[in-house]
Design a protein around this ligand. Structure first.
Ligand SMILES: [Zn+2]
Length: 108
């Protein structure tokens, strides 16, 4: 089992507690208090985070209001063929002629 399956780093670029806290704009204590639930690396007493782990922490701790999620949804799929289109085709629209005659009568 690959315990680093979440990591896509092609070279080692690890952040310390302080560097990770700086990158995430949080307090070091926030990371320390939750380290058991956060993706990280541990070698002895040394803890480090790769960019993939920071991205996972960022995603886990991001708040996105429901209306933003709604705007992020893909557009609804069009009605199946055979259904009456709700909007008149643009090519079938013809300009009105009544207004032009009135304007010509007023100036001429
Ligand atoms: Zn990584």
């Amino acid at each position: 089992m690959n315990t680093r399956a979440h990591c896509h780093c092609d070279r080692v670029l690890n952040y310390s507690y302080d560097e990770a806290a700086e990158a995430l704009r949080c307090k070091r204590r926030f990371l320390e208090d939750r380290i058991r639930d956060l993706p990280h690396q541990k070698r002895g007493e040394s803890v480090s985070f790769c960019p993939c782990e920071l991205a996972l922490i960022q995603a886990k701790t991001s708040y996105v209001p429901a209306w933003v999620l709604e705007l992020s949804q893909p557009a609804p799929t069009p009605a199946p063929t055979g259904a009456t289109p709700a909007v008149t085709a643009l090519a079938s629209i013809r300009p009105s002629r009544g207004r032009k005659r009135q304007a010509a009568a007023a100036t001429g």
